[in-house]
Design a binder for this molecule. Structure first.
Ligand SMILES: Cc1cc2nc3c(=O)[nH]c(=O)nc-3n(C[C@H](O)[C@H](O)[C@H](O)COP(=O)(O)O)c2cc1C
Length: 451
């Protein structure tokens, strides 16, 4: 893919015939999301006729694993190394004097609901949410730029809430310290990014302390083009579509939620920081970026966790691949394939994944002849290579993810690991898979059946 940010993605998708266009009039409340949900958020759709706005909306962009690989010019096999390299060797951005994202500058009398076609997604959501917005701030201690996709509730006028989860302790701490010091936080929200910036934003700032833009540069293999914001001391991608610039005043917070989250259940109401949006900059023909809030769009988060889990496993196990599965919202379930060399490899792999991620509830470890992206193959491994009395690991009452209701109800989470690897040793022959000799993967059905 040539170029940077959403515009380049859309150009590429269009050329490849992978962008669907919806020119029928859609309501931003529920109707637009219903179209994206129909495609499980795996199909990029450009809505050109959104009721109440002249701004088109692009959604369903980054929910398909293969499409993300394609856009990032990588493969399933290579992507883990690519991500690990970007974290290990960040690059440097460049700065532009002027930028497409600042073709239009709106100040004063900001009314977000009137200015942007922000969708409302599910029945009991408290209102419209900017779901794909990438929140940007500068860490007051390190001076590094931190970004993260965070759900943003749109209130009256220029007021929005930024949801900061416990997974971002340094931002929570910074907000607390700024309240004590009576210091205003300058911040921005980016709309219209590409998968490189999305992936970079999912690299935990607490774990690595890296500047997101520098990780992005390493991932994309060229400098990210940035431009200075108009009203705050931050830089944002020059080729994005829309930027909301604003501030969080000391102690400013209000009620946020409910909102249907990752696994399709509602989160409860709670207090969340309030950002006042003072300036909106955009392209003249800006496109609004949206993701229907469901698990598919959390793929980017899971992809970073896969790379981290792979790195942790690699120190003691011959690991082949890790999949944070779609059914587990890319957070709660992990499948690991290994080349088993010692009897304890399967159990150690389970402990490594569970020990590294509080969100993971269930892990399945399989041999490297099992396709961990195929749920049927995983079930087949469980059916044929697993004995519960010795291959099951159960841990009671650990930490869990607040994004699934059973944790919420119990206040703790049980963990379970399935070692579905074949035993090493003499019985190995029993596990030999049947094959039709000479008619393997390259088998061509068209030779026999024409239509
Ligand atoms: C679609 C999507 C929505 C997300 N929503 C939130 C959110 O509302 N609040 C939050 O704290 N993290 C959210 N996350 C996760 C953060 O973006 C992610 O944990 C990020 O690495 C946190 O950045 P930090 O480590 O710099 O704090 C979301 C991620 C995705 C992909």
């Amino acid at each position: 893919m040539k170029g940077q940010m959403l515009r380049a993605v859309l150009r590429y998708l269009e050329r490849q015939g992978k962008l669907k266009k919806c020119s029928a009039k859609v309501e931003p409340q529920f109707e637009l999301g219903a179209v994206l949900s129909y495609y499980n958020n795996e199909q990029p759709v450009l809505f050109t006729n959104v009721a109440g706005s002249r701004i088109p909306v692009a959604g369903g962009l980054y929910g398909n694993r293969d499409l993300i690989y394609e856009l990032m010019e990588t493969t399933c096999e290579e992507r883990i190394l690519k991500l690990m390299n970007a974290i290990a060797r960040p690059g440097k951005p460049v700065f532009a004097e002027s930028a497409p994202v600042q073709e239009q500058v709106d100040t004063g009398n900001i009314d977000i609901k009137k200015m942007l076609p922000v969708p409302t997604s599910n029945e009991y959501d408290s209102g419209p949410f900017i779901t794909a917005g990438m929140f940007v701030y500068r860490d007051i201690e390190t001076g590094k730029i931190q970004t993260a996709v965070r759900r943003i509730q749109v209130n009256k006028g220029n007021s929005v809430n930024i949801l900061v989860s416990p997974a971002s302790p340094s931002l929570l701490e910074m907000i607390k310290r700024c309240k004590e010091m009576q210091k205003t936080i300058e911040c921005a929200v980016i709309l219209g990014y590409d998968p490189y910036l999305l992936l970079a934003s999912q690299v935990s700032s607490d774990k690595y302390g890296l500047d997101t833009y520098e990780v992005d540069c390493a991932l994309r293999g060229e400098p990210l083009e940035l431009v200075k914001c108009k009203s705050v001391g931050l830089e944002v991608p020059a080729h994005a579509e829309i930027i909301l610039e604003g501030t969080i005043k000391p102690g400013a917070e209000s009620i946020e939620g409910p909102f249907a989250e990752l696994m399709g259940y509602y989160s409860t109401k709670g207090m969340a920081p309030v950002m006042e949006v003072n300036v909106i900059t955009s392209r003249k023909d800006a496109i609004y970026q949206h993701c229907f809030p469901c698990k598919e769009e959390h793929l980017a988060y899971g992809m970073i966790k896969e790379a981290e889990a792979y790195a942790a496993l690699r120190s003691h196990i011959d690991v082949k691949d890790v999949n944070f599965t779609i059914g587990g919202g890319f957070r709660l379930h992990a499948a690991v394939s290994i080349h088993k060399r010692a009897a304890g490899d399967g159990k150690s792999a389970i402990l490594t994944v569970l020990g590294n991620y509080k969100d993971v509830k269930h892990v399945i470890v399989v041999d490297d002849d099992v396709d961990i992206y195929d749920a049927l193959e995983l079930e087949g491994a469980l059916a044929s290579r697993f004995q519960a009395s010795k291959d099951l690991v159960v841990i009671k009452g650990a930490l869990g993810s607040a994004l699934e209701p059973s944790y919420f109800e119990n206040g703790s989470s049980d963990k379970m690991g399935f070692d579905a690897t074949k035993p090493l040793g003499t019985t190995l022959k029993n596990y030999e898979r049947a094959v039709i000799p000479g008619y393997g993967q390259s088998f061509d059905i068209h030779k026999y059946i024409q239509d």
